[in-house]
Design a protein around this ligand. Sequence first.
Ligand code: DX5
Ligand code: ZN
Length: 225
Amino acid sequence: MSPSPHPLAGPIVAPSILSADFARLGDALALVDPAREWVHCDVMDNHFVPNLTFGPLLVAAARRLTTALLDVHLMVERPESLLARFREAGADLVTVHVEACADPAATLAAVRASGARAGLTLRPGTPFAQAEPWLGDLDLFLVMTVEPGFGGQAFMPAMLDKVRAAREWRERHGARFLIEVDGGITPATAPQCRAAGADVFVAGNAVYGQGDPRAALEALRAAVR
Ligand code: DX5
Ligand code: ZN
């Protein structure tokens, strides 16, 4: 599909296809409005996290089904060896875990060199300070609000402090990264994240796990508006 202008200022809801029915991926992606939303793709390798999902082939399938920004969250060891393939598959933004990179600066540079926007994230237990050296050049800073690996987990309210820390750092340094939250995001928790400074709201179960995903997405849009 031909590219459309992607929203790059919050609030942006990013439905996560982790909770979608992959046999009906086209229906799942048809709910997403490319002019105001992103599609979040959770890649897991059974090493960095104890779960296994999908790779570039499925990202390429999603690319054929939507013009929305494809926001690819790599929960994999040594992500550098896969970056080119995800970019070729159609990833617009690639986020790596600081814990998974031997050399985060080199990995983020490789993401940018591939032509994708660059994001960095960290596990809930990893202190904000471990991301600080790279924040100045990022397009996206992702605050994990659950332990990465599975959809449908409960939101960790303690992570709101990390969102606030990121917002304060961004203001202090005049940086431009968007702040994304991922895990347990619902119409109840999203406004707390918004108040703390989040711009992008990933939601899997709260959209695709609901009886009426279209209405559920609309409820999230209203909650962060
Ligand atoms: C978890 C993933 C999330 C997941 C969120 O490791 O990074 O993106 O899809 O799922 P929910 O919204 O169901 O908590
Ligand atoms: Zn994710």
